[in-house]
Design a protein around this ligand. Structure first.
Ligand code: ZN
Length: 70
């Protein structure tokens, strides 16, 4: 059974915002993952790394993304 609830989400900049979350459904692309993708598109340090390593900021995003999946 599915229900919808509101959750507060933190943003790296700006005020926290409220997001409607559908529970018990397949997870949507989570914002932590999207933040990581966005970072890699904009981060010079990540662009020059071709060995799959992360810059410290990206490493933090990866850690947050993994924690969000627990
Ligand atoms: Zn980076």
């Amino acid at each position: 059974m599915t229900h919808v609830e509101w959750q507060w989400r933190e943003r790296s900049s700006g005020a926290p915002y409220r997001q409607r979350v559908s529970m018990s459904e397949a997870p949507a692309p989570d914002e932590e993952f999207l933040a990581l993708i966005e970072h890699e598109l904009n981060c010079t340090a990540c662009k020059v790394r071709t060995d799959g390593a992360f810059c410290p900021t990206a490493a933090e995003l990866v850690r947050a993304e993994r924690e969000a999946r627990r």
